[in-house]
Ligand binder design. Structure first.
Ligand code: FES
Length: 126
């Protein structure tokens, strides 16, 4: 991995896209990198609830499921399922949503494919 300004080369986008969820490390920051249908997402690998490793969890649609207590975070926005990224209708229909404490979203990172070498690059955005 090499850095240029704030962008970091993670490697071949084709190679990285072969794994749906994986852990990568940039400047000692562990990141859960996901790829679904060629669209990458990158959020902090450390769950905001109690520090679980999100990259060791699973994918449920657009959400990473933490392996420790099964909370779900949007794999691209970092928002917890029910914390502002679902409709009011969905939230009103779930008594559990009302009891969930609100959390800061997972830290997110921007991904970019660069030509001509088709490398995936990443930078912090929040
Ligand atoms: S540590 Fe992730 S849900 Fe508890």
């Amino acid at each position: 991995m090499s850095g240029n300004e704030d962008w970091f080369d993670l490697g071949s986008a084709v190679e990285l896209s072969r794994t749906q969820v994986q852990r990568v490390v940039v400047r000692n920051i562990p990141i859960a990198l996901s790829c679904v249908n060629g669209v990458f997402g990158a959020v902090s690998n450390i769950c905001n609830h109690a520090g679980g490793p999100l990259s060791e969890g699973s994918l449920d649609g657009a959400f990473l499921v933490c392996p420790w207590h099964h909370w779900k975070f949007d794999r691209r926005s970092g928002h917890r399922n029910g914390d502002g990224n679902t409709s009011r209708r969905e939230e009103a229909g779930s008594a559990r949503s009302a009891r969930k404490p609100r959390l800061q979203p997972q830290a997110t990172f921007s991904t970019r494919r660069r030509m001509p070498r088709r490398r995936l690059r990443l930078t912090a955005i929040s």
